[in-house]
Design a protein around this ligand. Structure first.
Ligand code: NAD
Ligand code: WQD
Length: 340
């Protein structure tokens, strides 16, 4: 049984990926410092896959602790690296936290890969690297634009670090550029648990429907889109999780074409904010309080993936609909808030 390290495996996307890995027979060890997650997630994962994953509470910013971990775990064959700070606004206010947490942790892990001959590495990147795209849908060849936040910059720099490391070592890496992950596991044992006021659209919607927030602010209806609101590519988190398992298999079976590869993970379908709101109301039967407010600074108009490379080269395709994702997000919110 192959042993895979999942950093940030108690987080939103990491926990769903651990479930997919365990259900496919991989042995998983999770590292998480619980900075944006809780130990309850371990129980959720175990309830779904009937196997408790190994877990170490460890902060990847501490190089000596990372080195000690690998000394004790020399049978790791691959790493999926989710652990990072991800709040765009916070990164503007506290850039050094983001550069430290998102870059040092990657560097320390790669140093251990070199030391112990670990050759398989999957990295959580983001569609944010494309900025405001020149054309749609966005292919992987689209230019990486100057980042508009320190968070976005850490993803761009991380990809460069990986590319450079792959060019001088046996390391093989895949950067997965996620579009907008939403939804929860169908069992609602795990899902998204944002700390504080949610910055992302769907958790804000479900918290509003649950009565935690008075109303959703729709940031702008004067964009050059059909209904005037921004367009994004919303992808079910379980589809996203499955892509990690497929990408890992690609590396382990040496089917990668180059040592550093990049894939878009999206559905290929763009939905406007107002479409998401309408779809949520229709799918769940809940009426949502919302009002149109001014544009949010830094938002790009329209972003959705060209999925050809992921479909044809990686052999992965998003299968779930946005309606399924919104229904699962609502089911999860109701469970968390004990709403019948
Ligand atoms: P998350 O915050 O739910 O999960 C990240 C996990 O990493 C958390 O459990 C946190 O406690 C842990 N962590 C953070 N710093 C750590 C450290 N120094 N040492 C150990 N553990 C640490 O985030 P997520 O939404 O699951 O995102 C996972 C990855 O995907 C991140 O790299 C994020 O940047 C990237 N990403 C997320 C989205 C999104 O919209 N959710 C989109 C694109 C890319
Ligand atoms: C989606 C749409 C908002 C909240 C962010 C990061 C990006 C990536 C994914 C990690 C936008 C609108 C939102 C609200 C609204 N993360 N909105 N009212 O901005 O596409 O991307 O998450 O890599 O880096 O920037 O996602 O969910 O914040 O917004 O109208 O209360 O919903 O304006 O059009 P975004 P989001």
């Amino acid at each position: 049984m192959k042993k895979i390290l999942v950093t940030g495996g108690l987080g939103y996307i990491g926990s769903h990926t651990v479930v997919e890995l365990q259900n496919s027979g991989y042995q998983v060890i999770i590292i998480d410092n619980l900075s944006n997650s809780s130990l309850d997630v371990l129980e959720g994962i175990t309830n779904i896959s009937k196997t408790p994953p190994a877990f170490e509470r460890l902060d990847l910013r501490f190089k000596a602790d990372v080195a000690d971990f690998f000394k004790r775990n020399q049978d790791i064959e691959g790493i999926i690296h989710f652990a990072a700070s991800k709040a765009v606004g916070e990164s503007v206010v506290n850039p050094l936290l983001y550069y430290e947490n998102n870059l040092n942790t990657l560097i320390f892990l790669l140093q251990e890969c070199n030391a112990y001959g670990i050759e398989n590495f999957i990295f959580s990147s983001s569609c944010t690297v494309y900025g405001e795209p020149d054309s749609l849908p966005i292919t992987e060849d689209a230019p990486v634009k100057t980042a508009t936040s320190p968070y976005g910059n850490t993803k761009q720099i991380s990809e460069e670090i990986l590319k450079d490391t792959c060019s001088i070592s046996p390391l093989k890496a895949i950067a997965l550029r996620y579009f907008n992950p939403i939804g929860a596991h169908e069992t609602v044992e795990i899902g998204e648990l944002p700390a504080g006021v949610p910055q992302n659209l769907v958790p804000f919607i479900t918290q509003t429907a649950a009565g935690l927030r008075k109303e959703l602010s729709v940031f702008g209806d004067d964009y050059p889109t059909e209904d005037g609101s921004c367009i994004r590519d919303y992808i079910h988190v379980v589809d996203l999780a499955k892509a990690h398992f497929i990408a890992l298999q690609r590396l382990l079976s040496k089917h990668n074409e180059t040592q550093f590869e990049v894939f878009n993970l999206g559905t290929g379908r763009g939905s406007s904010v107002l479409e998401v709101v309408n779809s949520f109301e229709k799918t769940t039967g809940e009426k949502l309080n919302y009002k149109i407010v001014a544009r949010r600074p830094g938002d790009v108009v329209s972003v959705y993936a060209d999925t050809k490379k992921a479909n044809e080269v990686l052999g992965w395709k998003a299968e779930k609909t946005m309606e399924e994702a919104l229904a699962s997000a609502w089911k999860w919110e109701k469970k968390v808030r004990s709403i019948q």
